[in-house]
Design a binder for this molecule. Structure first.
Ligand code: SF4
Length: 618
């Protein structure tokens, strides 16, 4: 291997880069965590974190950046055109086709956009002292492939002796091997969690700038070196991690002037991995845990300390938990402890549909305002195929709970056309959607087949055949390179058109639901569509209707008590046990009537009341 020597005077500096298109309104948790870890491990080292995406967002304007960053295929387009200028026309046609349905994107001239992005990128490339670093690390995750490759190529042109290491979810497993084989400018790839391999790599190069070969570093692949050993290279205890260092992002934002000022959000993590994905048996479509094995969580004390420190350091109050799945145990206590800080926080997190009402209450009291819930389907048969471990009733229960005015707003998706889903799944979904109309609408999404997901590992089980990289990449990356790269999203064959047809009525119903819900909430304030007020001996259910007076339903005595008992889903046996004096012969017709009126939901022998309390019960 040819010896590469760093430039003079660069022994003490490395740079970390996050290229477009992460959300611009927050620092990169990857960069913040790695910077803090390296500086703790090597106190004399200087680590510069470049949030290139913030600069690009400022160059093209935050609103346009935001719209593009929400669409991962479109986001890959501008830098694909800059990387392969002779393919500009192909990429522009692709961009125009994908952006047709969006007014902001439709009116954006792709050539002009690329021109602005190139000018802003060159300004960064030409002003940073690349020769002053001995190593530059790229964090490459969703929608950061072409932008990272562009910056890697351009940096290497400016500083050929500089070594470049890539990591992040786009480098996990075989993806990283494909990257190092195809992109000559990348010297090393870190597969999996980055902290320990990056620290060891930095130390090895710093101590011996021309060291060849490198010592064995678990998790690190290098060109023509031996393959990375499959040894564990994770930080065993997340409490050992230092608090993320976001100072570079906040300094860049502060120096950008008042025109670009906004209040950022702080990314945080309580855990890494997913406890539901034990042994890789998690949700069938999911590949979010490629970088981690097992599940590790920080202690509640550590989480509270991080929040307190970061909020005070940066003087912002909006926080996003980046966890794939929050810890299952002690979650209520964790949020009580966060509330104990006395901060007026605004929190966001992804949560499981089985999150209890008590935990939601604790989250809300700590400042949780929005939750992304792993709904994915409203048919229990389909949820089984998805291996979600939930039922349609679990999903409706959390959708109902999140409709309570004091609880966090829910966002969630419905996967349409999942391989092996059948007409019964689609029919059941359509039926259950009519019960979901009072709640926040879900977004229908197409499945994308992700590298490393259970679906990818066992395609036969779902009746599909994998076809290599997803066909959308063909519009972005030249055929020869595409043949060598192994990429995150894959194409597949297997009744795709048939699935699309089968789910068309659901797609239409989703649009109807969205229109209905938006019209019902046009006015000021938020009034649930289906709510109740409790008179202690009686209960009045209010059912708001479009262009009509609300329908009311009065429940007295035991009927009221049963309705309140079923605020959490209950089995028939539990109901009979709770109301022995009422008897099955009276309970069954009552429940049937409530389900017919869509005031309750029934699944098998379980029942759930659908109205939410109109005021917060302490
Ligand atoms: S979708 Fe969420 S719960 Fe399911 S395996 Fe992935 S991270 Fe875990």
């Amino acid at each position: 291997m040819k010896e590469i020597k760093p430039g003079p005077g660069c022994e003490g500096r490395i740079a970390l880069v996050s290229a477009p298109w992460p959300l611009f309104d927050r620092p990169s948790i990857q960069l913040g965590s790695l910077k803090a870890f390296l500086e703790k491990g090597l106190p004399e080292l200087r680590v510069d974190a470049f949030h290139v995406y913030l600069k690009i967002a400022q160059a093209i304007g935050y609103p346009l950046y935001h719209v593009v960053s929400e669409r991962s295929w479109m986001a890959e387009s501008p830098y694909a055109a800059l990387l392969y200028p002779d393919r500009m026309e192909t990429v522009a046609r692709y961009w125009n086709r994908k952006g047709r349905g969006h007014p902001r994107l439709k009116s954006t001239d792709f050539d002009d956009l690329c021109g602005q992005i190139e000018a802003a990128s060159l300004a960064i490339l030409d002003t940073k002292p690349w020769d002053a670093y001995f190593l530059v690390g790229f964090s490459i995750c969703l929608a950061q492939l072409t932008s990272s490759l562009y910056f890697i190529r351009e940096i290497k042109r400016r500083a050929p002796r500089l070594r470049i290491v890539a990591g992040g979810s786009a480098c996990a497993g075989a993806l990283g091997e494909g990257l190092i084989e195809t992109v000559p400018e990348i010297d090393y790839v870190i597969r999996g969690e980055g902290e320990l391999p990056l620290l060891q790599l930095t130390e090895a190069i710093r101590v011996s700038p021309g060291c060849t070969p490198l010592p064995d570093i678990p998790g690190l692949i290098h060109r023509r070196g031996p393959p990375a050993k499959d040894t564990d290279h994770q930080v065993p205890d997340l409490d050992e991690l230092p608090i993320p260092n976001y100072t570079d992002y906040f300094r860049d934002l502060a120096s950008s002037g008042p025109r670009h000022a906004f209040l950022p959000k702080l990314p945080l993590e309580m855990s890494r991995g997913c406890w539901w994905n034990k042994g890789g048996t998690g949700c069938a479509f999911c590949n979010l845990n490629l970088q981690w094995s097992g599940y590790r969580a920080k202690s509640p004390e550590k989480t509270v300390l991080e929040i307190d420190t970061l909020v005070n350091r940066h003087q912002v109050l909006s926080l996003s938990f980046m966890d794939n799945l929050l810890p299952a145990k002690g979650l209520e206590e964790r949020f009580h402890a966060i509330r104990g800080l006395g901060l007026d926080l605004r929190l966001f997190s992804e949560i499981r549909a089985k999150t209890s009402r008590a935990v939601l209450d604790a989250m809300a009291s700590a400042g949780m305002r929005e939750v992304q819930v792993g709904i994915e389907a409203l048919s229990t048969g389909l949820l089984k195929k998805l291996k979600k471990g939930t039922t349609a009733m679990d999903n409706l229960e959390i959708m109902k709970n999140c409709e309570s005015p004091h609880l966090p707003d829910l966002t969630g998706n419905l996967i349409l056309g999942f391989p092996s889903s059948d007409s019964q799944d689609a029919a059941e979904t359509l039926d259950h959607l009519t019960f979901a109309f009072p709640f926040r609408p879900l977004k229908g999404i197409d499945l994308w087949l992700g590298y490393g997901s259970p679906l990818w590992r066992d395609p036969d089980r779902y009746g599909i055949r994998i076809q290599g990289s997803h066909s959308e990449y063909r519009h972005l990356i030249p055929r020869e390179e595409l043949g060598k790269l192994r990429l995150m999203m894959l194409g597949y064959h297997g009744a795709v058109k048939q699935q699309r047809r089968m789910w068309t009525p659901v797609r239409k119903k989703l649009a109807e639901w969205r229109a209905f819900y938006d019209r019902m909430h046009q006015g000021p304030g938020f009034e649930p569509i289906l709510s109740y007020r409790d008179g202690q001996t009686f209960l009045i259910i209010y059912e708001r209707r479009l262009d009509d007076e609300p329908m009311t339903h009065r429940l007295k005595g035991t009927s009221r008590a049963i309705y309140l008992f079923c605020e959490t889903q209950r089995s028939m046996a539990e109901i009979l046990d709770q109301f022995p004096q009422f008897g099955e012969e009276r309970i069954t017709p009552f429940l049937r009537m409530m389900v017919d009126k869509q005031l309750m939901f029934r699944e098998g022998e379980r029942y759930l009341s659908l109205a939410v309390p109109s005021r917060h019960k302490a």
